[in-house]
Design a protein around this ligand. Structure first.
Ligand code: ADP
Length: 383
């Protein structure tokens, strides 16, 4: 059985195909094709529909005469309606489309690909897997903003949380590494990529998370600001900023890009090592805020059994991990410097904290596409 996963980002479309054999348990299957179309909207590829056609062409070549048996789609925002992966039909696509307003940067590409793929393969079952789903268990005290209830009832303004597919996947692997059943696992899980968020997990359930109504709240990210005093936005509106300008500022021109002039962790780390003060300050700001969240979430999850790092930065940047762990001393955490250097690119997951640490810090590579493929199969029926 062949499962295609489509992961539509704001300017990219990633895909992968996995083969699941009937005699195996799910276990990730075997990846037989993958690819990415980048710079959508900026280069030769005008939009996600065109990107989809490219992917379709590449797939035809990669799979020879074979066709896929199911398609799993990553959808960023599932709102309050989607509390589990959904089998796609027209009504479901319309319902997802209605959520575009909540995530204007992130949802429309996913919806475009849903439509294109159901048109291309009308008889193949397709499943939407949402970044928000894992956070359906947030207690109301964590998802409420201290705003009038009318804003929630009228516009759905509340905290939703994102990166859920990744967080659940690495969380389960962390629990397995520690020999703790997932339903008994408490931990703090930081997904640090271009977008970044941290989640408190209590007994295998999300109980707090740093991204909120949109994937903008929380940590310092590649080009996103994370937390700012909302008063700043009011101030800027009064100075003549409009919605478009604020959106551009907060989503595309803030974060590492604003602080260090660049959004790539490798470039920033190198610059800081060469004495660039802006780069050094950017790293300190990001590590300070993350450490503060981890301390808070240690409380929110009722005592973490592990801190887990994942995503491009969490998995690969030993210098950033060292900088972070240097701030976690008050939690009883200290770094194993040699293990931290070793952990670069690890496949299985590795402990980078010293043996005497009260809480282990684990680096665990995420694999959202594998998780989406497994969720898709679970819904359409395993081979
Ligand atoms: P996305 O959220 O787009 O999926 P990723 O999870 O790929 O992003 O993470 C991108 C971030 O990871 C970038 O800041 C990039 O610089 C960083 N990164 C990737 N590889 C390395 C590496 N070898 N060393 C340090 N940072 C890395």
């Amino acid at each position: 059985m062949l499962v295609l996963v489509l992961n539509a980002g704001s300017s990219s479309l990633k895909y992968s195909v996995r083969r699941f054999d009937p005699d195996q348990s799910l276990n990730g299957g075997v990846k037989i094709a993958k690819g990415i179309v980048e710079q959508i909207g900026a280069g030769d590829v005008a939009d996600h529909l065109q990107a989809f056609d490219i992917v379709r062409g590449e797939l035809a070549e990669a799979l020879g005469g074979c066709t896929v048996d199911a398609v799993g789609h990553r959808v960023v925002h599932g709102g309050e309606r989607f509390t589990s992966p959904a089998l796609i039909d027209n009504e479901i696509i319309r319902a997802i489309e209605q959520l575009n307003e909540l995530a204007p940067l992130h949802n429309p590409p996913g919806v475009q690909c849903l439509r294109a793929a159901t048109r291309a393969w009308p008889n193949v079952p397709q499943v939407a897997v949402f970044d928000t789903t894992f956070h359906r268990t947030l207690p109301e005290a964590a998802w409420r903003y201290a705003l009038p209830d009318e804003l929630y009832r009228r516009y759905g303004i509340r905290r939703y949380g994102f990166h859920g597919t990744s967080v659940e996947y690495v969380g389960q692997r962390a629990a397995a590494l520690l020999g703790v059943p997932w339903e008994k696992f408490n931990g703090v899980i930081a997904h640090l990529g271009n977008g970044a968020s941290v989640t408190a997990v209590n007994q295998g359930r999300s109980v707090d998370t740093s991204m909120g109504f949109t994937p903008l709240e929380g940590l310092v990210m590649g080009t996103r600001s994370g937390d700012v005093d909302p008063g700043v936005l009011v101030f800027l509106l009064r100075k003549g900023y409009d919605a478009e300008k604020l959106d551009n500022l907060l989503n595309r021109n803030s974060g590492f890009k604003a602080l260090a002039g660049h959004n790539d962790m490798r470039t920033i780390t190198e610059a800081a090592a060469n004495g660039n003060e802006e780069a050094e300050l950017a790293l300190e700001t990001a590590a300070h805020r993350l450490a503060r969240y981890i301390g808070g979430y240690h409380v929110a999850c009722a005592g973490a059994q592990a801190v887990v790092l994942t995503g491009g930065i969490g998995e690969n940047s030993a210098p950033f991990r060292a900088r972070l762990l240097a701030k976690l001393g008050p939690l009883g955490i200290s770094l194993d410097a040699a293990a931290n250097e070793d952990a670069t690119g690890v496949e299985e997951g590795l402990c980078i904290s010293a043996p005497e640490s009260t809480i282990p810090v684990l680096v665990i590579p995420t694999d959202e596409e594998r998780a989406i493929a497994e969720a898709t199969l679970a819904l359409v029926g395993a081979p």
